[in-house]
Ligand binder design. Structure first.
Ligand code: PA5
Length: 488
């Protein structure tokens, strides 16, 4: 079977001069990489560490057949509906959207022949823009729509707001059994969504059916947990996705960074960030279907690596670890993620990539074989008789060349095809690579304390009970400064 290929040549100084990593730079990473591998493997090998630290995602490729069968059963029940509306944001949305665009055919909702009897899929609750949900609810038929609400915490404002509106919409048309058209994917114990599920289930077992999110799996690492129902609904073989992830796990278990693509990717990005000032990471798939995978990657990188404090590892008496923010070591580590799309963005952002500030590392994703291809007719000049996919690959190669000529570091990941297996492997590669980069940077890649700031501000303004007094005081005593002369 073909493997995903990784080409790191254009990240090195022999290709891009002083803007690239030298082989000596990489050799100097061998010791820190060995230490990072030792620590990460120790944590991954211990179930209690995995759960406590948020590393349980690494076990998701090995889910049991029984667990998957439960999902398939639920999916069969839902698939008789005309439409399924998924509500969620962040990690409770981006993985699903990435899968939808990568693994179902383009225009899936528009053409029945592509859906083969499966429901149309809609996403909402990923913004507070009132327009999208209004249009959806004016046009979807409540009796023919199934709703899947996804929120790990069960508290996120965007998802909660959308769910409340959608719930009333269903109830108005269906009556008391409306909850039979709802599945909730949420924490097994905590949060208001979980409480609602428990209340509704106590009244009617067929109402508000639920799938639990596994403990120790953070939102942005959870596609292989919370995304499985969606995958099955669009006809993707879940097992293939998980097998692809498991194969990547196997491939990336070597301590030798020269044999381990996730480690080599992380080490090179670490060098480019720390030594060469490349604080922007662009992911540019040359495939329309993989653009949303780049959006998913933006959350993974942004929330995992953007951290104010260094990590302090605290060893508990029973041997498990806790990672806490070391308030004495402010580091403000962060690499800004950007999602791009080849060839579309060669006609926009690429000008800046080539001639703007040299502060970026670019990762291309290239696809060897597309499900369909188009041959150009024989009367169209230099592109006569060429295939679309051939032109696309040539455009990617040309982009790499043009970047190298301007000393812009970049690397290329090549998928044999965009299938369930390789897509699963691709996501898992990025997850492992980010986990390893977090180790090298000594930050906690599995929390997101910075996201709390805006949430707390909204909660205080909305009068949410239970907000800590110091948080309330801080928000109330430091309003935004709005000078009249700068309000034009
Ligand atoms: O990575 C994360 O944990 C977050 O970005 C969440 O995915 C996001 O905030 C949504 O949270 P929830 O699933 O609790 O609604």
């Amino acid at each position: 079977m073909k493997e995903i290929k990784f080409d790191f040549n254009s990240m090195f100084s022999f290709s891009v001069g002083r803007h690239g990593a030298s082989e000596a730079d990489l050799m100097s990473m061998l010791k820190p990489a060995a230490l990072a591998h030792k620590h990460l493997s120790k944590c991954l090998d211990s179930q209690s560490d995995r759960v406590a630290l948020g590393l349980e995602w690494a076990n998701l490729p090995f889910q049991s057949k029984a667990d998957i069968d439960k999902i398939l059963q639920l999916s069969r029940l839902i698939s008789r509906f005309e439409s399924v509306l998924f509500l969620g944001i962040g990690g409770s949305y981006l993985g699903l959207k990435a899968a939808q665009d990568a693994l179902s055919q383009p225009y899936y909702n528009e053409f029945p022949a592509l859906r083969k009897g499966r429901p149309k899929i809609y996403f909402d609750g990923n913004n507070l823009d009132p327009q999208t949900l209004s249009v959806l609810l004016r046009n979807l038929k409540p009796k023919k729509t199934f709703v899947v609400v996804i929120s790990k915490s069960g508290e996120t404002t965007e998802t909660k707001a959308a769910f409340e509106v959608v719930r009333q919409w269903l109830k108005r048309s269906i009556g008391r059994n409306y909850g039979r058209q709802i599945v909730a994917i949420t924490d097994p114990e905590h949060g208001s969504l979980r409480r609602l599920v428990a209340e509704e289930q106590a009244k009617d077992k067929l109402s508000f059916r639920s799938l639990p999110l596994l403990k120790g799996v953070g939102g942005r690492f959870s596609e292989f947990n919370m995304g499985l129902l969606h995958l099955s609904l669009i006809g993707v073989d879940i097992k293939q996705v998980l097998n692809g992830a498991a194969a990547m796990y196997q491939r990336c278990s070597s301590p030798d960074i020269f044999k381990n693509p996730a480690y080599l990717n992380a080490a090179l990005h670490y060098i480019l960030y720390r030594k060469k000032g490349k604080s922007i990471s662009i992911l540019m798939p040359f495939s329309e279907g993989l653009k949303s995978t780049a959006d998913w990657y933006c959350q993974l990188l942004g929330e995992s690596i953007g951290k104010k404090y260094a990590r302090k590892v605290v060893l508990l008496p029973e041997g498990t670890e806790r990672w806490v923010a070391d308030k004495n070591r402010k580091v403000n580590t962060g690499i800004t993620p950007v999602a791009c799309r080849g060839t579309t963005d060669l006609h926009s952002i690429q000008q800046n990539n080539i001639e703007g500030q040299n502060d970026k590392a670019i990762t291309f994703i290239r696809v060897d074989k597309f499900i369909s291809d188009i041959m150009l007719p024989h009367n169209c000049g230099i592109i006569s008789g060429k295939s679309y996919s051939g032109l696309l690959k040539l455009a990617q190669e040309a982009t790499e060349w043009a970047l190298v000529r301007q000393q812009r570091p970049n690397c290329t990941i090549t998928l044999p095809e965009v299938s369930a297996f390789y897509w699963g492997g691709l996501l898992f590669f990025f997850e492992l690579s980010i986990a390893f980069e977090g180790e090298l940077l000594n930050i906690n890649a599995f929390d997101q304390p910075g996201v709390e700031g805006y949430k707390n501000y909204m909660y205080v303004k909305l009068g949410k009970p239970g907000i800590a007094p110091e948080i309330r005081k801080n928000i109330n005593s430091s309003p935004l400064i709005k000078k009249r002369r700068f309000l034009i």
